[in-house]
Structures are given as structure tokens and as C-alpha cells.
Design a protein around this ligand. Structure first.
Ligand SMILES: C[S@@+](CC[C@H](N)C(=O)[O-])C[C@H]1O[C@@H](n2cnc3c(N)ncnc32)[C@H](O)[C@@H]1O
Length: 260
């Protein structure tokens, strides 16, 4: 089994943009997701995109005027992001997302961890660390957004074979195997060569993170959480800080906190 970083470096990174239907389609989808989120488009706002990939969300955010720090452990995907972003105000950082605070120059108004990135963390303890650090470093009225696949209910039998994308030259199929804490994701790539088909397989581990458990963790760190379904069939949690209120209205504020 590979680590997530190895899997992206050796296997998925080189076909990632193709997998999403090409850069233009990927950025269009990312832009629609950013619009759906309804974040205020404040020129110069600082936004942190954790596991930014090739800029699916970072580039649309920067086009709306944000200054984005895009962190990812895949040098290859960050190279593509840098090529695509031109003069947009995006700082690409090759690091582990849990080290994000080392790259902050000011408190971000939004921290995003979208597109099933959070499930790449090794265990629930790391998820808790991420949420605690987001709570500690966000601006007072900041928003924390996470979108991820809910693998808590296992697929069975042939449902576990997922055709991701195919064209005349390449086929990508995903196969899922479950253990109690994680799902083993096997990415099977067939590529046409002059001699026929070349097949490569690699697998890595993703967390089976339940939306309820993550919601509870985010709420415990002082956020109100709104739960939505995104366009890619993922769960999206939009967490807004519970603002400090005058002592007389604290009870009222607490009553308002919760999943909507
Ligand atoms: C499924 S992709 C999502 C990319 C992008 N956010 C999107 O929505 O299209 C997950 C990304 O997270 C990155 N990644 C996984 N684990 C990471 C970690 N611990 N630190 C930083 N990046 C990580 C991968 O390299 C990959 O680019």
C-alpha cells in the first residue's frame, strides 16, 4: 500500500487533470462550487485552500479577488496549478496540510479543505488536529469548509467497482475494499500502447469519516455547522464561527448552534 503522497506522486498525479475531464472542466466545476458556497467576494481576502490539487477552487477564488495560499503534498499538481494560474494572487506551497499554520501571514477569512481531501488524513486524531488548528487560526468571522465522500456505509459486491473516466487511450477504474476505519482505494489505470494495453494498479487508504462525527467535532470547536450535498455527490460542511456575544445573549446564541 502507498501513502497518499506516494500514490499521487507515482500513480494518480500524472492523470489527475485528465480524470477530472481536463483543466477547463475542472475549473468550471470548482467555480460553480465556490458560487454555490456563497462566500462574500471580498477583494484581498486571505483564503487557505488545503489539498488544493491543481487549483480547482483556488483559481476561481483568486479570480474573485481573494489572495489564496494553496497547500498540497503533490509537487506535480502544484506545478499544474502554477501553470494555470498565471498572474493570479496564489501562493503554491508544497507541504502537508496539517502544517498550514507555518505558511500563514495573516488570519484567513476562509479555510477550505474540499474535494475529499480530509479523508486522506491518517486517522480521526489528525482530523481533530486539523479542526482545532482551523479554529485557532481563522479570522474571528471566518468560515471553515470541508467537503468529502461519506464512506461510512460500505458499497457491496460489484458496486465497489467504480468507472471514473475512459476514452480511446485510457481507462480509470476505482475498486474499494473496506476495513473498520478505512477504505482501501485501488486506482486501476489501463493505457493504450503500441503493443496493446498497459495496466497499472496502486492503492492507498482513505478514512471512513462519518458526517455526524465530523460535525460534532467542528461544533465542539466553536462553530455553527450547515450541512449540504455538493455537485459531486459529496457531503459539504460549512462551519461559521459562533461569535462571542455579550453575556446576556450567550444562552440564546448556544440555542442557535447546530446542524441545519
Ligand atoms: C482528491 S484531491 C482534491 C483536490 C482539490 N481540492 C479538488 O477539490 O479538486 C486531494 C488532494 O489532496 C492532496 N493531499 C492529500 N493528502 C494531503 C496532505 N496530507 N497534505 C497536503 N495535501 C494532501 C493530494 O495531493 C490531492 O491534490
Amino acid at each position: 500500500m502507498s501513502t497518499a503522497a506516494e500514490h499521487y506522486e507515482r500513480h494518480l498525479g500524472p492523470v489527475y487533470v485528465w480524470m477530472t475531464g481536463g483543466a477547463e472542466a475542472g475549473l468550471r466545476a470548482g467555480s460553480a462550487e465556490i458560487e454555490a458556497l456563497g462566500l462574500p467576494a471580498v477583494r484581498g481576502a486571505v483564503v487557505l485552500d488545503l489539498g488544493a490539487g491543481f487549483g480547482t477552487h483556488a483559481i476561481p477564488l483568486a479570480r474573485r479577488g481573494a489572495r489564496v495560499t494553496a497547500i498540497d503534498s503533490s509537487a506535480e499538481l502544484l506545478r499544474t496549478l502554477t501553470e494555470l494560474c498565471g498572474d493570479l494572487p496564489i501562493r503554491a506551497v508544497n507541504d502537508d496540510l496539517l502544517a498550514f499554520q507555518a505558511h500563514l501571514v495573516e488570519a484567513p477569512s476562509a479555510i477550505l479543505c474540499m474535494g475529499d481531501t480530509i479523508t486522506h488524513l491518517p486517522n480521526f486524531g489528525s482530523v481533530e488536529e486539523l479542526v482545532e488548528r482551523a479554529a485557532a487560526h481563522l479570522a474571528p468571522d471566518g468560515v471553515f469548509v470541508v467537503s468529502f465522500r461519506d464512506y461510512s456505509v460500505p458499497l457491496r459486491g460489484e458496486q465497489r467497482f467504480i468507472p471514473v473516466r475512459s476514452d480511446a487511450a485510457r481507462i480509470l477504474t476505482c475498486f474499494l475494499e473496506y476495513d473498520p476505519e478505512a477504505v482501501l482505494v485501488h486506482d486501476i489505470i489501463h493505457e493504450r500502447t503500441s503493443d496493446g494495453w498497459d495496466t497499472r494498479v496502486s492503492h492507498y487508504r482513505k478514512l471512513r469519516l462519518s458526517p455526524e462525527r465530523l460535525t460534532d467535532c467542528i461544533q465542539r470547536n466553536g462553530f455553527n455547522v450547515r450541512r449540504e450535498a455538493d455537485m459531486r455527490g459529496m457531503v459539504r460542511l460549512v462551519a461559521q464561527r459562533v461569535l462571542a456575544a455579550p453575556s446576556s445573549s450567550i444562552a440564546e446564541e448556544r440555542n442557535g448552534a447546530g446542524v441545519t
